[in-house]
Design a protein around this ligand. Sequence first.
Ligand SMILES: [Zn+2]
Length: 525
Amino acid sequence: MGSLDLLIEGGFVIDGSGSPGFKGDVGISGDVVTIFRDAAPDIEVKNQLDASGKIICPGFIDLHAHSGLVILAEPEHESKVHQGVTTELIGVDGNSYAPFENNSDLEMFIKLNSGLDGDPDIARKWRSVGEYLSQYDNRVAVNIAYIVGNSPLRIGAVGWENRPPSSKELENMRALLRESLEEGAIGISTGLDYPPGSYASTDELVVLCSDVARMGGIYHTHVRNHLGDRYLDPFREAIEIGRRSCAPVHLTHLVHRKNNPGGAMPILDLIEEARGQGLDVTFDDFPFQYGGTRALVVFPDWAHEGGPGKLTEVLQSEEGRERLRRVVEPQGKGWDDMRLTHFKQPHNFQYEGKSIAYVSEILGKHPVDTLCDLLLDEDLRTCYVADVVDEKVLDHVLRHPSFMAGSDAMLLGDYPPPSAYGAYPTILGKLVREQGKLTFGEAVNSMTFRPATRLGLKDRGLLKTGMKADIVVFDPTTVNGKATRDNPRQLSTGIDFVIVNGVVVIENGRHTGRLPGSLLKPRGM
Ligand SMILES: [Zn+2]
């Protein structure tokens, strides 16, 4: 071995494999690590970092990131990199921003999802997946892995209509999919509560996932929550798609809804049953009872038919309003718990963090009218955070051996969900140190090796000699998330160093401004 660029000394190494760890040093040459059990031999070292009393582990991998657009505008990505995140999967929920042959479709799609993924002021000149992804390499703080959403494929082949594709359109969709996979997508995502991707039938998704399976990719799904019994049937559909297509299935944000009294165990049993039958089924979740999404999610599919232009007409028309008032229901605990955020009109800033019920009272309007008026005023970009997850069952979920971490964090507005700034450190601080619900070894495993394996990233997720140098050094006595529902924009504590591809991005808890993130193309695609 020649010299080392950096030696991280005297720490306790948790290598990501799930084992408890060992005392050791971690050396970095270029972007590759060398592990020394106990202590490094006497070799030339350019820089040293004292990690006594600290844990050294692989960088965290977020399986559900809503950062694809905002990171291009704010490449330092403070909220996530301060959590120890070194790789993010973007393109989730069926909502990816390539391929788009037609720029006006792309603009409409960004507007439709601006309450989830933002609408930052960036040049939007790309068409193909390859062109889109070329913007990330060495220009952002974290590594990016990409999954193609079924919505852009459907828009490209079918348009914005709610109807099955013709056989020619289905072939076009498959061609777009295969091209996306060849250009770097690791599989296909769906978000079956979000039109127009939600217009896809089970059979349509089986056809697409069969191509994905043949090309070595995965099916990453936000399930069709309104299907059948609205409890287990959505997960049954996802597993059926995996069974019929042979694609590995990843159930993302396995949120167990508060309003379902059956608990999370039957969902975990379904996963176990499928795994027992040889299906490759995994899941991720975030460690909070609060989650959010674009406010448009409350509107039924018919209101979205034809795309955002038509949706705007529905929201504007008295006839549309009347129909909506009859069928739209609040999410979670009710209108008084759905707190709004992400406004751009100064006269609406006063509503940041306020509930739809509260704003409706001030305006003297029905909650549905309040929502319609605000969304029209805000170009559809407003989103909300609500108390939707049953925290009691979160314990079962987090302790499950297939659990992986994913933030599902919208990075928008003054009141984003707490996972935007706190998901990973909260697992390490609150759930591991304070509550002893899992060990540091298990928690780190769920944030590193398990997701790396899921994404087919063979050289990340483990601290082993020869692996890529994505590393977190954290203080096990102080690590914690500080973000709360009422005060969500709080950087975490105890994440002292974060290294991406061998480059120090967080140094003594401060961002260095370096942007070493790479575009990761797994499975030799
Ligand atoms: Zn989702």
